[in-house]
Design a protein around this ligand. Structure first.
Ligand code: C2E
Ligand code: CA
Ligand code: CA
Length: 749
């Protein structure tokens, strides 16, 4: 029989035991104050109230204290079961404890953690699991000996049974032999034990919940921070992208060098202006591109909407096409960096002459365009042109030098009849500018339709010529097929014989270029050579002509030599244009042609005109000298048409002069004209120059020239310029000269 507890006699006033260390102070128990000596049922009720309020460790301690004081125990403790992590055998660990003052706490005692039921507390498990408590007398293994000098005994162990079995147990210790418990008290304590177990479970669940919550909140916070960072990053990226897009748009519509609107911008603007003038846009247009920093948008026009009956288009604005004169020269001589600086400086000057609403754009190269939205007529535009002229009179300082520059300006008035085509407006302004330059004026406005058509045709021809010449460029000079006529080449050479009337034979040919335009047909060199000279296409064209003529000469020389080995070799005259003559690579090119075609240089005669020499006689002289030193023959073409021939004729290293057709034509018109030709022949004789009479068409002219002692004749009388095959025929069949022509005048005795 178990010894009964005498609960009411429990002595809760045991003081601290000497040598057992400092008395422990329990954390304060929530709301229900501990009561020494109260009856067990009240203590259990108090314990319930405590646990109802909270399941914190402090509350659990308070509950243990209520029980301990009620049954005058020295220590009340709670073990919780848990499975071995590997074997899953049931283990028990001390989890909570109340100790009377002076009793040493065992919470830090590691021996009371992970107690194995089977090895340490044999048979306990089954008894406790079946709901039976363990009372006084049962050996408690290590538990029994707790308590230092005074043995502390566990007198009562109450199982804690929850729904899923044995949760743990509640134990009560007394010093020495103290502690009596009635079966009723044991039952009450068993109930209390279960309540405690439940509270502990709740506490654990709550703690877990709280930690879960904390973790969740932590994660949430982390995610929020990450999300905020991502949003901030996104916003930055979007701002960057917007910035990049606007920069891209800006650079797509603006010129890098000057910061001015570019051609694309200009075209959009023109489209808007035309639409606006036609009433297709609202009065406050927001035409495509946004304005750049250096320009101002045109103020909205208040042009009256056009009625359907109106036949005259509304002229509501002006467009200027501005081109810097001789910019290429500055660029070539001062270098591209200074050329760029000049462009920027000119852009600033132009801007200075313009109003707020005027737009200045750089179309490319040295070309600018200006929109004058307020200039309703020619006079309005001309005022701006005069301001520009005036503004550019001041020199521009570039790298320590003062540069004087001027511009050519074309004016077009819009929208005119350009209703559908903004490009036409600019093109007409461009045409006007070219015309201004040609006429040596600062500006020009196209005055009528005929002029417009004429200028346009010239411009188209120029474009076509550039294109046709570019096919020549595609070949590599010196390549075998360079001289063979390509299928798509629009150029070919004709050859006109030059006859030695004393020897009755063709002594030379003049090579004359022809352009077979795919639409316009054959175009005379008199028309396209000047255009080629303006555009610099003459360099390729001239080189090709020279190469092809020399190659042809070589071929004919070989063929003739086979028939008439004793005759002096055939010669070839090739025209050299003014611009070609001024090129630095002229001498190199000629040398290469002679080398590649393997002709004797003395068989080549280069024809230059007086215009080539006028202006830079010294340079011309030294170039001619070099050519003569190379063994090449030199001929002054169109002699007599220039105005200062005589003054320098004797200084130039020439071999031949060619009397212009005009003098030959005039031979039939009286003795005065004959005297001029005679004088030329005498002059040439004095200077030891040979003479060719050009444009001889009639037997009478031939007769006169022969009587004057002129040896070399070129003209339709003998032959027009002909293709190579026909020229070869001439060489073969009329070699020596046609008998009827030979009979015109007897050879000189
Ligand atoms: P040019 O050098 O004075 O050439 C002579 C021009 O007079 C040729 O005209 C020729 O066909 C023409 N002609 C010859 N005999 C007579 C005649 O009896 N009566 C008439 N009415 N005309 C005659 P084309 O071929 O039309 O050439 C005109 C000009 O074009 C040439 O004048 C020359 O300045 C230039 N040209 C022709 N081919 C070339 C070339 O390959 N290079 C360069 N730079 N200029 C060339
Ligand atoms: Ca000629
Ligand atoms: Ca000529």
């Amino acid at each position: 029989m178990p010894e009964p507890f005498t609960l009411t006699e429990a002595t809760g006033r045991l003081g601290p035991i000497a040598g057992d260390g400092a008395p422990e102070v329990l954390p304060p128990c929530p709301s229900v104050p501990p009561a020494e000596g109260i009856a067990l049922p009240q203590a259990i009720a108090a314990m319930h109230r405590i646990l109802a309020q909270a399941q914190t460790p402090a509350a659990i301690n308070g509950a243990l204290q209520q029980l301990g004081l009620a049954i005058a125990a020295d220590r009340v403790y709670l073990f919780r079961n848990h499975p071995h992590p590997v074997t899953e055998a049931p283990l028990a660990s001390l989890r909570a404890e109340w100790c009377r003052r002076g009793t040493r706490s065992q919470l830090q005692n590691l021996e009371l953690q992970n107690l194995d039921y089977h090895s340490t507390m044999a048979q306990w498990y089954e008894r406790l699991a079946s709901g039976e408590g363990l009372v006084n007398g049962l050996a408690l293994g290590g538990l029994v000996q707790l308590g230092g000098r005074r043995p502390l005994r566990s007198r009562l162990i109450s199982p804690i049974l929850l729904e899923d079995g044995l949760w743990g147990f509640l134990g009560f210790d007394w010093y020495g032999e103290g502690g009596v418990c009635t079966p009723h008290s044991q039952d009450l304590l068993a109930i209390a034990a279960s309540a405690l177990g439940l509270a502990m479970t709740c506490q654990r669940t709550a703690a877990r919940l709280e930690s879960l919550q904390q973790r969740f909140e932590g994660e949430l916070q982390q995610r929020t921070v990450k999300l905020q960072a991502a949003i901030a990053q996104l916003q930055r990226e979007m701002a960057d992208r917007r910035q990049a897009q606007s920069e891209l748009r800006h650079s797509a519509l603006h010129d890098r060098l000057t910061g001015l609107p570019n051609r694309t911008y200009w075209m959009e603007l023109m489209g808007d202006m035309i639409a606006l003038a036609n009433g297709a846009l609202p009065q406050s247009p927001t035409p495509g591109p946004s304005p750049g920093p250096s320009i101002a948008r045109p103020a909205p026009q208040t042009a009256a909407p056009k009625s359907a009956q109106e036949s005259d288009p509304v002229q509501s604005f002006a467009v200027l096409f501005v081109d810097i004169d001789r910019f290429q020269v500055v660029n070539d001589s001062l270098g591209h960096d200074l050329g760029d600086e000049l462009l920027v400086a000119v852009a600033h000057r132009l801007r200075r002459c313009l109003g707020e609403s005027d737009v200045l754009a750089r179309l490319g190269g040295d070309e600018f365009a200006i929109l004058l939205p307020q200039a309703r007529d020619r006079q309005g535009a001309e005022r701006v042109v005069q301001a520009i002229d005036h503004c550019l009179r001041e020199p521009i300082a570039l790298a320590g030098q003062e540069i004087y520059t001027s511009v050519s300006i074309g004016i077009a008035l819009g929208p005119g009849d350009y209703c559908q085509e903004p490009e036409r407006l600019l093109r007409d302004a461009d045409l006007s500018m070219r015309q201004a330059r040609k006429l040596g004026r600062s500006h020009h406005t196209i005055s009528d339709r005929a002029e417009h058509d004429q200028l346009l045709a010239a411009m188209r021809l120029e474009t076509d010529l550039r294109k046709a010449v570019s096919t020549l460029n595609a070949w590599n000079f010196g390549r075998a097929d360079y001289v063979s006529q390509p299928e798509d080449s629009q150029f070919y050479l004709c050859y006109q014989p030059i006859v030695d009337i004393t020897q009755h034979r063709i002594c030379a040919f003049e090579a004359l270029i022809r352009w077979q335009h795919p639409v316009l047909g054959l175009i005379s060199p008199g028309r396209f050579i000047p255009i080629a000279e303006e555009t610099d296409a003459i360099a390729s064209l001239g080189l090709w002509t020279l190469y092809r003529a020399c190659q042809q000469l070589r071929q004919w020389q070989d063929q003739l030599h086979a028939i008439h080995p004793n005759l002096p070799p055939l010669q070839m005259s090739v025209n050299l244009s003014c611009r070609q003559f001024a090129r630095l690579d002229l001498l190199d090119s000629i040398e290469r042609v002679i080398e590649t075609t393997a002709i004797d240089p003395s068989a080549l005669k280069l024809e230059i005109t007086e215009s080539t020499i006028v202006g830079n006689a010294d340079l011309a002289k030294s170039t001619l000298q070099t050519l003569q030193n190379m063994g090449i023959q030199l001929c002054l073409d169109d002699f007599g048409t220039g105005y200062s021939s005589l003054s320098y004729l004797h200084q130039l290293p020439l071999d031949t002069i060619k009397i212009d057709r005009a003098f030959i034509e005039a031979l039939d018109r009286g003795p005065k004209n004959q005297d001029i030709v005679k004088a030329i022949l005498t002059l040439a004789d004095t200077l030891r120059l040979s003479v060719i009479a050009e444009g001889v068409e009639t037997p009478e002219q031939l007769q006169t020239l022969r009587q004057m002692g002129c040896t070399y004749i070129q003209g339709y009388l003998f032959s027009k310029p002909v293709r190579a095959e026909a020229a070869l025929q001439l060489l073969r069949s009329e070699y020596p000269m046609r008998s009827d022509l030979r009979a015109i005048a007897p050879p000189a005795p």
